[in-house]
Design a protein around this ligand. Structure first.
Ligand SMILES: [Zn+2]
Length: 64
C-alpha cells in the first residue's frame, strides 16, 4: 500500500457498484476487469455490524 494513494471516501457515500468493486471508488467509472486495480480488503462499520469490502479503482486513481 502506497502512501501516495488518496484516502478512500467513506463507504456510506459510495454507490452499491463502488462498494462491490465494480466501479472506481474515487470517480465512479465502471471498471473493466482487465484494468481495475484491487486496493485490498477494508473493514468498516455499517448498519451496526462490521463488514468487509473490497474497493477497486481505475488505473488513474490507483496511481499506476
Ligand atoms: Zn477513478
Amino acid at each position: 500500500m502506497s502512501d501516495t494513494l488518496p484516502p478512500l471516501p467513506p463507504v456510506g457515500d459510495l454507490s452499491e457498484q463502488q462498494v462491490r468493486g465494480t466501479a472506481c471508488v474515487h470517480c465512479g467509472i465502471v471498471l473493466d476487469n482487465a484494468t481495475a486495480v484491487d486496493l485490498g480488503e477494508r473493514r468498516t462499520g455499517r448498519a451496526g455490524g462490521r463488514v468487509r469490502w473490497f474497493p477497486r479503482a481505475c488505473p488513474e486513481h490507483a496511481g499506476t
